[in-house]
Design a binder for this molecule. Structure first.
Ligand code: 5GP
Ligand code: MG
Length: 460
């Protein structure tokens, strides 16, 4: 998964991109980059491994002059986590400077890339996104619109793209619309970005959301809606709403916060916890769902777990770390809230099942009398090939265990998962428009022939 932003026609384009990336940090923490393009088509960039606030300094930002900028935060789904694989991709081709930021994952990348390599193409990275750059650059057309359209006709899968050709910006969402892309305006400037929380931070107002298949060109302050891509049935990623996006964002035409509250309300109806004393969240990802559960059930919401926000990716785990140490480093129970209580704990999802047993143990050690685990999404049974780094099915606890087996493994008194139907009906929009392959196994595309994330690290 990744966070992307494009800014154009604004004197502080790189600074706005930086602020926006800061608000999109949750979408990718591996690397961050900004490419700014000036009026001569001259690109200036800075990229680095790690968090946005670590990668950029005041001096580095000040050097990124130009009224167009494209930014990216990366969380890898195809290609290893290295600087060579950081985005935006920045090259020169026949029309000038070409900058591309991609959120999503292609499913036919292996085939297209092999063909390109066979024809002599030289790849600098192992990312699927670079394939799109090659296809654009090799297009027989002279016009960027036709070049991009032709390139996208050859790839299949999930892509929300921001592309700069010199100072002109293009924004595209694949026809199924897996990943969000929002368009905003700030003064005479135009901003395109993954989530509305990034528009808020730069003081931009939402102009519109790009629907599945949208293809937009931004030239100065002029926004042109080009012919959309050939239509397909939309499959918006439901996990964006369940977990990935920020609750203060609007995506897919609805409020992430409201969607999650509805998940919690529906969960309370499907799996009530009669007689429980309090509802707690596993902060922060399930806060809204836990509030919805509390509201629908009438069981009071309490802050029973406190999360340490300073656990970085580089945290060194003590050598003698026991099974629960990882959980203890991130969460601590509030004993006064839990002592002697029957507690409902709401989490947004169980993936590998590594966090939840430790949480249940922690709650019991803090004095909870009963622990009723509730999950605001269905059992996670399948990998995602569209941009979320879900582990291989063998690592997904629900792919090989029944709910009762998982309950025993967690050590919870009861366990309830929200149904698939309950999840999609939490939406304020059409419940049919979602991709829920990781929960249902219903994949909307052909599956990729090669699924290993590091497939191009060991072969061309
Ligand atoms: P588990 O311990 O079962 O593997 O993970 C469950 C927890 O991970 C949940 O609290 C959920 O909020 C979080 N989670 C779900 N999906 C993802 C993901 O794609 N990346 C990360 N880092 N956490 C996730
Ligand atoms: Mg969580």
């Amino acid at each position: 998964m990744c966070g992307i932003i494009g800014v154009t026609n604004h004197p502080d384009a790189a600074r706005l991109a930086y602020l926006g990336l800061y608000a999109l940090q949750h979408r990718g923490q591996e690397s961050a980059g900004i490419v700014a393009v000036d009026g001569h088509g001259q690109p200036r960039f800075h990229k680095g491994m790690g968090l946005v606030s670590d990668v950029f300094t005041e001096d580095r930002l000040a050097a990124l002059t130009g009224s167009t900028a494209v930014g990216h935060t990366r969380y890898s789904t195809a290609g290893a986590s290295t600087l060579l694989n950081s985005q935006p991709v920045n090259v020169r081709y026949k029309n000038g400077t070409l900058v591309l930021a991609h959120n999503g994952n292609l499913v036919n990348d292996a085939e297209v890339r092999r063909e390109l390599v066979h024809e002599g193409a030289i790849f600098a990275s192992t990312m699927d996104s670079e394939t799109i750059v090659h296809l654009i650059a090799r297009s027989p057309h002279d016009d960027p619109e036709a070049q991009i359209r032709g390139a996208l006709a050859q790839v299949e899968g999930a892509y929300s793209l921001i592309i700069a050709v010199d100072q002109e910006l293009y924004a595209v969402v694949d026809a199924r619309g897996f990943r969000p892309l929002m368009l905003g305006k700030v003064g005479d400037g135009v901003v395109v970005t993954s989530e509305s929380c990034a528009l808020d931070i730069v003081g931009a107002r939402i102009a519109c959301e790009l629907e599945p298949g949208s293809f937009v060109r931004i030239r100065g302050s002029e926004i042109t809606y080009l012919d959309p891509l050939p239509p397909k049935a939309p499959t918006r990623c439901v996990f964006e709403l369940v977990y990935f996006s920020r609750p203060d964002s609007q995506i897919f035409g609805e409020s992430v916060d409201q969607f999650r509250r509805n998940l919690g309300r529906r969960l309370a109806e499907e799996h009530p916890a009669t007689g429980a004393d309090c509802v707690i969240a596993v902060p922060d990802s399930s806060n809204s769902a836990a509030l919805g559960f509390s509201e629908a059930s009438g069981v009071p919401f309490e802050l029973g777990l406190i999360r340490n926000h300073y656990v970085g990716r580089t945290f060194i785990h003590p050598v003698q770390a026991g099974r629960d140490t990882k959980v203890k480093i991130k969460y601590n129970p509030v004993r006064e809230v839990l002592q002697g209580k029957s507690v409902v704990v709401v989490d947004d999802s169980i993936v590998r099942g590594t966090t939840s047993p430790g949480l249940v143990t922690m709650l019991r050690q803090a004095g909870a009398r009963e622990v009723h685990f509730r999950v605001a999404s269905p059992p996670t049974i399948g990998s995602c090939y569209y941009g979320i780094d879900t582990p291989h099915p063998a690592e997904l606890i629900a792919s090989s265990h029944t709910v009762e087996e998982i309950r025993q493994y967690l050590g919870a008194d009861t366990l309830g998962y929200l149904s698939l139907d309950g999840m999609v009906h939490a939406s304020a929009g059409d419940p049919q428009r979602f991709c829920h392959a990781c929960f249902s196994g219903a994949y909307p595309t052909a599956l990729p022939s090669e699924t290993a994330k590091h497939r191009f690290e060991t072969q061309p």
